[in-house]
Design a protein around this ligand. Structure first.
Ligand code: NAD
Length: 468
């Protein structure tokens, strides 16, 4: 076995892994990334980036359909699924090349192969074939993969998000199994592209972790868009037959079967932690997730874990932050502590749902109903919102702020077209523990949808301008 020595060895080159590598290299460390597929991982190749490209194709189609509402004559003659897919790939390839050259520019060694964690001469290391990459520290960043449920086997017309992105056609009738973020995003895209869409969700709500106001607004908008919602429905079975597929679910002990051309399985993603030799080096896992302390240290000395293998919200930007955090901790830079509630969350559907901090029920549970105040400002009166959502079945939305009475803002929740771009302001407010009266004097440009958030701060500070 040939040994190669580095300051830091990173297993997995996705968002968490490459961020750790880039920051460590910036801090003067020698770094190797072990990657079995391509740098950029799920987010770049099979997740965030291509799905946002699919959603943009859908938004353009939707825009053509709505064109008459703003005085433009246009007709939607069809969607070329193969051309849309080729364009998505071009976006991904460009970003992949950019990432490769960035990593090269920092002299990071990228090792192509499947690694497993070992110890070598008492140091943590990653073995790849006959080579062993030994580090002062090892960062585990192996991400997560789609899972399914009993009775539903992936294959053919039953796809996960990766299979859905590989399609060259828009399915005519599609059933989305799971009303979490992935299910909701694909349902939105396919509906805009002309498909009949049904979402089957076991819980009573879509995007169940979001504030009740947000999930209710999304459900209302989806129904107006003609998306069928089967909520509180537990899926028991899926069958591929002839040229179709059927899905059976139970609700109130009654079974219903629906027919479709395609089923998307979006019931969550499981951490990739088996088969890596973790138990052999003393890295403990719990329900598949790597057990870590507040500083992302695993139970094995000098082995760290970042991103989706650490229990919490599975978000690419959480991976980035984890990666930077670990590299800085190793370099004694004392980064700010991590807080899962401070990672902004965006569901890129039509309408978009964005949030940061905690929901109203979480705030009440933590502080008591008498200490929590909220303001919800509708986008109905907002000029920019009316303009950008002209002709949409999903127009409207709101900005909602959850705060402590005489205390800081605890959560910001937004629903509406393009509101994902506005959540950064919410993040600054929540993370800086700003109070509504600190924020109320700040001016929001007119006309922007951010004015609704400004109005919520004004109202909470006791000086509303456009609301009662
Ligand atoms: P999820 O956990 O968000 O949602 C899965 C949904 O499936 C849940 O609502 C669950 O109740 C439902 N479900 C589970 N078993 C079921 C059954 N038998 N019958 C009916 N419904 C069932 O998972 P996801 O949507 O697959 O996404 C995976 C991860 O990726 C999430 O953590 C998500 O936040 C992340 N992600 C984020 C973004 C984004 O930030 N925009 C985009 C895509 C994915």
């Amino acid at each position: 076995m040939k040994a190669h020595s580095f300051d830091l060895v990173v297993l997995g080159g996705g968002s968490g892994g490459y961020a750790a590598a880039l920051r460590a290299a910036e801090l003067g460390r020698s770094v190797a990334i072990i990657e079995q597929d391509r740098l950029g991982g799920t987010c770049l190749h099979r997740g965030c980036v291509p799905t946002k490209a699919l959603l943009h194709t859908a938004e353009v189609a939707e825009g053509v359909r709505r064109a008459a509402a703003v005085g433009v004559q246009a007709s939607l003659d069809g969607v070329d699924g193969a051309a849309a897919r080729a364009w998505r790939q071009k976006v991904v390839d460009g970003k992949h090349r950019g990432l490769q050259s960035l990593v090269r520019s920092r002299d990071i060694a990228v090792i192509d192969g499947r690694g497993s964690v070992v110890r070598h001469d008492g140091r943590p290391a990653v073995a790849v074939g006959d080579d062993v990459y030994v580090g002062d520290d090892v960062v585990l960043a192996t991400g997560a993969a789609s899972r399914s449920i009993p009775g539903v086997t992936l294959g053919g017309r039953i796809v996960d998000s990766e299979g859905a992105l590989a399609l060259d056609e828009v399915p005519r009738r599609v059933v989305v199994l799971g009303g979490g973020v992935i299910g909701v995003e694909f349902a939105s895209a396919w509906r805009s592209l002309g498909a009949e869409v049904t979402i089957v969700e076991a819980l009573d709500h879509l995007i169940a972790n979001e504030d009740p106001s947000s999930r209710t607004a999304l459900e209302k908008a989806y129904r107006r868009r003609g998306i069928t919602l089967e909520l509180g429905a537990r899926v028991t079975n899926a069958d591929v037959h002839g040229d179709g597929v059927s899905l059976t679910f139970e609700r109130n002990e009654e079974a219903t079967t629906i027919e479709a051309d395609l089923i998307l399985v979006a019931v969550g993603r499981a951490p990739t932690t088996s088969g890596l030799g973790l138990e052999d080096v003393g890295v403990e896992t719990e329900r598949g997730f790597v057990v870590v302390d507040d500083a992302l240290r695993t139970t094995a000395e000098h082995v760290w874990a970042v991103g989706d293998i650490v229990m919490g919200p599975q978000l690419a930007h959480r991976g980035f932050r984890h990666g930077m955090f670990v590299a800085e901790t190793i370099a004694d830079e004392a980064p700010s502590p991590l807080d899962d509630s401070l990672f902004p969350r965006v569901t890129y559907s039509t309408p978009e749902v964005a949030s940061v901090g905690i929901t109203e029920p979480q705030a009440i549970a933590a502080h008591g109903a008498d200490r929590v105040v909220t303001r919800e400002v509708s986008l109905a009166g907002n000029a920019k919102s009316e303009i950008v959502s002209a002709g949409s079945d999903a127009r409207g939305g709101f900005a909602k702020v959850v705060a402590l009475a005489d205390g800081p803002v605890l959560g910001v929740h937004l629903v509406g077209e393009r509101v994902g771009e506005l959540i950064t302001e919410g993040q600054l407010a929540v993370a800086w523990e700003a109070r509504a009266d600190d924020l109320a004097p700040l001016i929001h440009a007119h006309p922007t949808q951010s004015e609704a958030l400004g109005e919520a701060f004004l109202s909470l500070a006791g000086s509303p301008l456009h609301t009662p």
